[in-house]
Design a protein around this ligand. Structure first.
Ligand SMILES: Nc1nc2c(ncn2[C@@H]2O[C@H](COP(=O)(O)OP(=O)(O)O)[C@@H](O)[C@H]2O)c(=O)[nH]1
Ligand SMILES: Nc1ncnc2c1ncn2[C@@H]1O[C@H](COP(=O)(O)OP(=O)(O)O)[C@@H](O)[C@H]1O
Length: 187
């Protein structure tokens, strides 16, 4: 079976982590854990949600791609992806729009991109608040260039990515199931 990585992208609060966890729980897809210099949220654990790094330790890893997002660095390593592929042919990862573009460019057909859209920015803000994000962090996030950019699918991905409007989670999951069914994967 050919190796694939399902890349979930979209704005903050659009449901990327929820869908990545769905792919993991329903299809047993290993999650590629990425690295960040962002401080952990209250419920986040090192090695589970992210590898939390200092600026110095972040700079020592070998990345397939890395970005600056709302003032913090994020990066995904080749090693993380290879480790996931050693377990299963289909893995999943959460990336910002720029990361998704790089994955498509570097991995071609191996990268299946799903862009999650939520039209209403008030809904996104509310979801971040309900998730329990620090209000100062939410304010900083929604003011960032990267947040505004990721409200729409990157132009470089038009025609090369799936777009799902994530308002009703049940419907979103059903649409994800249809996409996964297009690709051979272990049970
Ligand atoms: N390009 C890239 N983006 C990443 C990586 N890890 C996380 N991200 C993205 O960075 C952005 C900020 O993530 P985070 O601080 O967890 O906020 P959240 O989107 O509100 O959960 C999101 O768009 C993530 O998808 C990575 O390794 N590379
Ligand atoms: N379709 C949906 N309807 C309502 N709430 C949702 C939906 N999808 C996700 N959520 C909730 O919104 C919050 C943000 O989702 P999350 O997956 O953390 O987003 P992201 O990783 O894109 O920032 C979480 O509390 C999640 O449970």
């Amino acid at each position: 079976m050919e190796n694939r990585v399902f890349v979930i992208t979209g704005a903050a609060g659009s449901g990327k982590t929820t869908i990545r966890n769905y792919l993991h729980d329903k299809y047993g897809m290993p999650r590629v854990i990425t690295h960040t210099t962002r401080p952990p949220r209250e419920n986040e654990k090192n090695g589970v949600d992210y590898y939390f790094e200092t600026k110095d330790s972040f700079s020592h890893n070998h990345y397939l791609e890395s970005v600056l997002y709302a003032g913090n660095y994020y990066g995904s390593s080749y090693e993380g992806l290879e480790n996931a592929w050693q377990k299963k042919s289909c893995a999943c990862i959460v990336l910002d729009g720029a990361g998704a573009v790089t994955y498509k460019r570097k991995l071609g057909e191996k990268a299946v991109i799903i862009f999650l859209k939520v039209g209403d920015t008030e809904i996104l803000k509310k979801r971040m608040e309900i998730r329990g994000d620090d209000t100062t962090m939410v304010a900083k996030r929604v003011k960032s260039e990267e947040y505004a950019r990721d409200l729409e699918m990157p132009t470089q991905l038009k025609g090369k990515a799936f777009e799902i409007l994530n308002t009703d989670l049940k419907r979103t999951k059903a649409q994800v199931d249809k996409i996964v069914a297009k690709y051979p994967h272990e049970g």
